[in-house]
Design a protein around this ligand. Structure first.
Ligand SMILES: Cc1cc2nc3c(=O)[nH]c(=O)nc-3n(C[C@H](O)[C@H](O)[C@H](O)COP(=O)(O)O)c2cc1C
Length: 346
């Protein structure tokens, strides 16, 4: 079934057939009336490309540098909770698939597998860790220490989730974690990333606190405005992730690609800016780069790949995007990421 998916849009209907209704609704759903969910993908389709011909594209280089690390593609796997809900091997399969596809995997604080086991499953894979600061700061400190000990290269502090969004699809399917899905770092937090329940309201002071706990770079994930991006950089953030949490939190905020330009302007090149939300085509990655992003992340598509084929499914999804991105580069007359700027937009 996995090989029936020739593009990322093919994955959702195929995955629906193999996932439990509860897991499928959890992954596919967005907040409120899902306007932002639709906009996240639609907004990319409104941006047009401006190809140049007869450029030498005989060798293509899609690699980028982010925080001193070389990525083979401007792509990472976004943090997502509960991978064992989607595949019995859960995060172990994701880690293997990401390593095989040579893209970094951002592990969620709501992982259903401990960091040590994930590291052992794919020792050569590059991993970052997404942080939800928990009410008991000692637990977050322990998690950061585990991250450093297991070779995590960067931390993404999620700043857009003081409470979970209004997610009607989860309410309708009665979302509840099965007993077999244990979250080692969130056990004590009721309703972590689940429907409607109170979460952890952090403030700018917590950004400083987290930075003081670690020598790893700390990126802020979930920024949509120039004001917050600028304040984040002033607070020592090593990077900004423009994201509306895959449209799962506050409905009717703009598509993340529409929020990107004002963040790029405010950050003014001081730190890398990443983007996620609705990235489904190689051309979407090009558009994000053209508007100033250093790299992009995908969420739902690789989770569908995971559900359909474990590690192989995750690898398959990245392979599709890699091929599409190389094709887009060649057809635009651009041989490397460095030559992608606003001039590739019509
Ligand atoms: C099922 C699911 C679970 C998620 N869990 C988390 C999480 O634990 N922490 C987090 O920061 N973001 C989480 N996200 C948001 C993703 O990191 C990312 O921002 C989003 O999925 C990108 O949009 P896309 O799905 O359109 O690619 C989750 C997204 C999904 C779909």
């Amino acid at each position: 079934m996995l090989n029936d998916a020739v593009c990322l849009a093919d994955l959702e209907p195929l995955a629906r057939r193999v996932m439990t209704p509860m897991a499928f609704e959890y992954v596919s759903g967005g907040a409120g009336d899902e306007r932002t969910l639709a906009w996240n993908t639609e907004a990319f389709t409104r941006i047009r490309l401006r190809p140049r011909v007869l450029a030498d594209v005989s060798t293509l280089d899609t690699s980028v540098r982010v925080l001193g690390q070389t990525l083979s593609l401007p792509l990472l796997l976004a943090p997502a909770a509960y991978h064992r809900l989607f595949h019995p091997e859960g995060e172990l399969a994701t880690a293997r698939g990401a390593a095989a596809a040579n893209v970094p995997y951002v592990v969620s604080t709501c992982t259903t597998t401990p960091l040590e086991e994930i590291a052992a499953a794919a020792p050569h894979g590059v991993r970052w860790l997404q942080i939800y600061i928990t009410p008991d700061r000692n637990r977050t400190r322990d998690l950061v220490q585990a991250a450093e000990a297991t070779g995590i290269r960067a931390l993404c502090l999620t700043v857009d989730t003081p409470v979970a969004g209004t997610r009607n699809r989860e309410q309708r399917t009665g979302f509840a974690l099965p007993a077999a899905c244990v979250t080692p770092y969130m056990r004590h937090v009721a309703g972590a990333d689940g429907p409607g329940l109170p979460f952890v309201a952090i403030t700018w002071r917590d950004v400083e606190w987290l930075r003081a706990q670690t020598r790893l770079p700390v990126l802020l994930k979930g920024v949509l405005t120039g004001e917050d991006a600028a304040r984040g950089v002033d607070s020592g953030a090593a990077g900004i992730v423009v994201s509306n949490h895959g449209a799962r939190n506050l409905d009717t905020v703009p598509a993340s690609i529409d929020a990107l330009p004002e963040v790029i302007e405010a950050v003014a090149g001081r730190v890398p800016v990443l983007l996620d939300g609705g990235v489904r085509r190689g051309t979407d990655i090009v558009k994000a780069l053209a508007l100033g992003a250093t790299a992009t992340m995908i969420g739902r598509p690789y989770l569908y790949g995971l559900a359909l084929g474990g590690a192989e499914g995750v690898e398959h999804v990245v392979r599709i995007l890699r091929t599409e991105l190389e094709s887009a580069f060649a057809l635009l007359g651009r041989a490397s990421v460095g030559s992608v700027d606003r001039a590739v937009l019509w």
